[in-house]
Design a protein around this ligand. Structure first.
Ligand SMILES: C[S@@+](CC[C@H](N)C(=O)[O-])C[C@H]1O[C@@H](n2cnc3c(N)ncnc32)[C@H](O)[C@@H]1O
Length: 379
């Protein structure tokens, strides 16, 4: 066992300290300012991973995690032991750090743009099933623990987690509409399941003053408030772009295109067939919806591109598609700071300029962080 002082936090939420030898140690649950006694759980030559045995001197950021499932080992929330204000500060520092270290971009200082409610915010919850009860994986394990008191689930979904039994299912996705109160449950059977059997009816949700049809299996941000924060962050990029077409890559059910596309020719590119059907329904004749991966789509000229890829980011192939549109203005919405830093580097290397990076906390209590980057062409 060794005593360490934690001096920063890494992507993924681990605290980072150094042994006397200089070796970096990633400490699960460590917060900057903590002095902790740790036990190493994995070692490499230049780095190691550790669990806290005792907090010798707590960081001023530290609070008691309010959820009973955290002490039971639930792997769902990895930052409940930090105050809400500290979580925001930490997420901003993660993005700033990653942009500098990985993206080698130090001339743009990320700012904090806002957060959703601290608890009860998640209107879509994907859970595994054990003994007919829905729950989440125990940290670093494939064991599922029932989580009937999940504190970040919307209260209506917490009731479902507590009361419903999912006999014969392996996985469930629960979704509630804050507008109608309707709840949709889709499930995958336990035996021979290769993916979700997305059965069930669509629900209607309201965000940005519009109604969105959401079919089972489609993506939606953590809650309507999260959509509104992101749309507000992307809006200035669209407003400042020259007249001309808007392309919404990884467009889902069409939220950015619908909220920000007025007055422009709009194209949505999305790979999920159910999401494409919803986008076509939600946007009507206002947009062309292309059911395709971004990589396989033949780029068309654009005045502005909004790209909101999954965790892996745009990568080289996605960046090439963005560039091939010739758009002078690009809004990159990223849910992974490392992917954001890599994509930003690729866009900058191709001659674009990162004008701003705004950080959002759309998943309080977890280390997930969202960034909206605005890219333009140098004058
Ligand atoms: C983070 S979500 C964003 C959706 C939408 N922009 C929103 O805010 O609701 C990413 C979306 O990309 C889609 N997707 C994943 N890989 C894709 C690919 N290679 N090409 C196109 N769409 C993809 C997913 O189905 C999902 O709808």
């Amino acid at each position: 066992m060794i005593e360490l002082e934690i001096d920063r936090i890494a992507t993924g939420g681990d605290g980072v300290g150094r042994e006397a030898s200089g070796r970096v140690v990633f400490v699960h649950g460590g917060l900057p300012g903590d002095v902790v006694l740790v036990e190493l759980v994995r070692e490499k030559k230049k780095m190691a991973w550790a669990d806290i045995v005792e907090v010798v001197r707590p960081s001023p950021m530290r609070v008691v995690a309010p959820c009973p499932h955290v002490t039971e080992g639930c792997g769902g929330c990895d930052l409940q032991h930090a105050s809400a204000q500290a979580q925001r500060q930490l997420k901003l520092s993660i993005v700033t750090d990653t942009l500098q270290r990985l993206g080698k971009i130090g001339d743009v200082v990320p700012t904090f743009g806002g957060a959703v409610a601290e608890f009860g915010y998640r209107t879509t919850v994907k859970a595994s099933v054990v003994d007919d009860q829905a729950g989440f994986f125990r940290r670093r394990s494939k064991t599922v623990i029932p989580t009937p008191d999940c504190q970040i689930a919307h209260p209506a979904l917490r009731d479902v987690l507590r009361e419903e039994r999912f006999s014969g299912q392996a996985e469930v996705v629960l979704r509630v509409s804050t507008a109608t109160g309707d709840i949709a449950v889709s499930a995958a059977p336990a035996s021979g399941a290769v993916g979700m059997a997305h059965s069930g009816s669509p629900i209607e949700e309201v965000a940005c003053g519009r109604t969105w049809r959401l079919s089972p299996g489609t993506f939606f941000q953590s809650c309507p408030g999260a959509v509104e924060l992101l749309v507000d962050a992307v809006a200035p990029v669209v407003a400042a772009a020259p007249e001309g077409p808007l392309v919404d890559l990884y467009g889902g059910v069409g939220v950015f295109a619908g909220a920000l596309g007025a007055g422009r020719k709009v194209t949505v590119v999305e790979a999920n067939v159910a999401a494409c059907a919803d986008a076509a329904f939600n946007l009507g004749s206002d947009a062309t919806v292309v059911a395709s991966t971004v990589e396989a789509w033949k780029p068309t000229p654009a005045a502005v591109v909004i790209a909101d890829p999954p965790r892996a980011g745009l990568g080289r192939a996605g960046v090439d598609v963005v560039l091939a549109t010739g758009a002078p203005a690009v809004a990159l919405v990223a849910c992974d700071p490392a992917s954001f830093a890599r994509d930003a580097r690729l866009l900058v290397d191709a001659g674009m300029r990162l004008e701003s990076a705004v950080v959002f906390d759309l998943f309080p209590q977890t280390s997930h962080v969202e960034v909206v980057g605005a890219f333009g062409r140098p004058d």
